[in-house]
Design a protein around this ligand. Structure first.
Ligand code: MN
Length: 338
């Protein structure tokens, strides 16, 4: 397949204590990649702990049947990070997205390994000891698959001696979620070939999809109803935004996690190139931007001290009033959609 990352292989072979982590608000790729790597390391007899800032979202707990993921707690985990031999940071190249783990990981004497597919890793240059980066890859889970495959080939092992059924499920979930169920641009024939190999384990695409996406509550659908009803189109239909208020959350019995995926509906509008989800939280106003093509949503987010990727970004304005932000966001958006 590719070139075996020998540096990472020798770090794995020559060490015993591992810590794995990923970004705040973990997604299917972060949880799936953590589980896959944790299970691989365990199979080699290594001690591998997964520590996350956030708790695991309910729709991904099925990947962690053995409860290996722990929510970071300074008093319990500080010395574990300090004394680890190797720390893997998966699916983000920004230390700040590790939130409260950041200072402990940065000051740990452990070798730090970055495994990620996001743009902007140049900024992390020198902050890790070892890099496995592929910005063309659709998912960290796909990078790990190739890494495992390379290990198998270089040691003349069967891939099934390395990728167990549980690892296959975790990698499948990682790749499925980060490719938008195999529809985003970076989904290519290689992705489908890898998925084909994973399906060889007899795993069920329907069951995995259902575990992750068919978990809505009636409250979430009622909230979605309000969100759809509130969609406003401006700039000749090129920008669409909608607002979710604290009252909406209260009256539908939901919380801020329930808006995940709502932006897809804005982007499904044919004429729209920029979508903005505006959420009133208890501490301020949250803006979530999505865009199509060359519309630089991250620069718009930057105007609100936020950031992200060109087509997906966000910002948080503490203490702001919803009404002010709605008009400001729409006004500032105009110059980005030309
Ligand atoms: Mn990812």
């Amino acid at each position: 397949m590719g070139m075996l990352n020998k540096e990472i292989v020798s770090l794995i072979n020559n060490n015993q204590e591992f810590v794995l982590t990923s970004h705040v608000n973990p997604d299917g790729d972060s949880i799936g990649s953590e589980i896959a790597l944790q299970k691989y390391l365990s199979s080699l007899g290594k001690n591998a702990k997964v520590l996350n800032y956030s708790s695991t979202p309910a729709n991904y707990t099925f990947l962690d049947r053995d409860n290996v993921i722990e929510q970071f707690d300074e008093s319990r985990h500080k010395s574990l990070i300090e004394h680890a031999d190797v720390i893997f940071v998966l699916d983000t190249n920004e230390y700040s997205r590790l939130r409260t783990l950041e200072p402990f990981i940065r000051s740990s004497k452990a070798k730090k390994v970055l495994v990620d597919h996001h743009l902007g890793y140049e900024a992390a240059s020198g902050l890790f000891d070892c890099y496995m980066v592929d910005t063309e890859s659709p998912a960290t889970g796909e990078m790990l698959y190739k890494f495992f495959k390379d290990i198998a080939e270089s040691s003349s092992k069967d891939i099934k001696d390395i990728i167990s059924r549980d690892i296959a499920i975790a990698l499948y979930a990682a790749i499925m979620t980060d490719t938008g169920s195999f529809k985003y641009n970076r989904t290519d024939s290689e992705t489908h070939e890898i998925i084909s190999q994973l399906l060889g384990y007899g795993i069920s695409p329907y069951d995995i999809y259902s575990e992750i996406y068919n978990k809505a509550t009636i409250g979430k659908l009622h909230l979605l109803g309000r969100f759809l009803n509130n969609i406003t189109m401006v700039h000749e239909g090129r920008t669409a935004f909608s607002v979710v208020t604290q009252k909406d959350f209260e009256e539908t019995g939901t919380d801020e996690y329930a808006i995940e995926g709502f932006s897809t509906h804005l982007m499904s509008l044919e004429t729209v190139v920029l979508g903005i989800v505006i959420t009133e939280t208890k501490r301020g106003v949250k803006l979530s931007f999505r865009s199509k093509g060359n519309v630089r949503s991250n620069e718009l987010a930057g105007e609100f001290q936020g950031g992200g990727h060109m087509n997906a970004s966000g910002a948080f304005i503490p203490g702001a009033k919803l009404k002010d932000i709605v008009s400001e966001a729409a006004d500032r958006a105009e110059k980005y959609i030309q």
